[in-house]
Design a protein around this ligand. Sequence first.
Ligand code: MN
Length: 250
Amino acid sequence: MIDFHAHLDLYSDYQEVIAEITKRKLFVLSVTTTPSAWRTTSDLANGNRRIRTALGLHPQIAHLRYSELSLFDELVDQTDYVGEIGLDGGPEFKQYWDIQVNCFKHILQTCSQKPGKVFSIHSRKATTHVLDILENIPHNGIPVLHWFSGTQKELKRAIALGCWFSIGPAMLMSKKSIGLVQQMPRCRIITETDGPFVQLSDKPAMPWDVSIAIEQLSGIWNISNEEVESNIAKNLSHLVMQRDKLKTIF
Ligand code: MN
């Protein structure tokens, strides 16, 4: 199973979580919210081939951490994965909108010189703006929209722009999201949890709770859980191949 968006460093018992990831043979993309969290978070995965660590600057805290953009630039060569990045258009973050936009653009601009990055992107209430920026900056990477919550029209545009989608159990509890997932190309979907931010039955989501998303997808696609799992695994290997190809083209 694959959790392509988890905040491992934010679990209080992260050592146990990592041991369980290994035991259950999961693959996990461990995203970070600040460049200064990169070192310790990637150390958590040290030697564990099942965990990849992404370098990020979360849009909800961009106004507190934009001074770390230079650190982002320093560290970016150490990983193929960039996230969590993006924009949040929620009313509580509106006053920091310009800072968010500057940070997101800066990161994509830096990455345009480093082809083959895989991005895990937050786009809550800001899908059109995220797509505008992705369209205008030649990032030379693969955008994965995490927890896509835009409109059908925005979804069509995201697909046309080559975006992938990581989807999780919390997202699939909404009828609107299920409608969106039905329109997403099955070859560009990966599972995620967004744990521990996401709560499932009053407990933080754990990486292996992607099994719930697999079950939900099995219902949506009308195929078995095993078929969903092998589809998602195939998608991840295609994503990695596409990433490696981008590195050689540019
Ligand atoms: Mn997240």
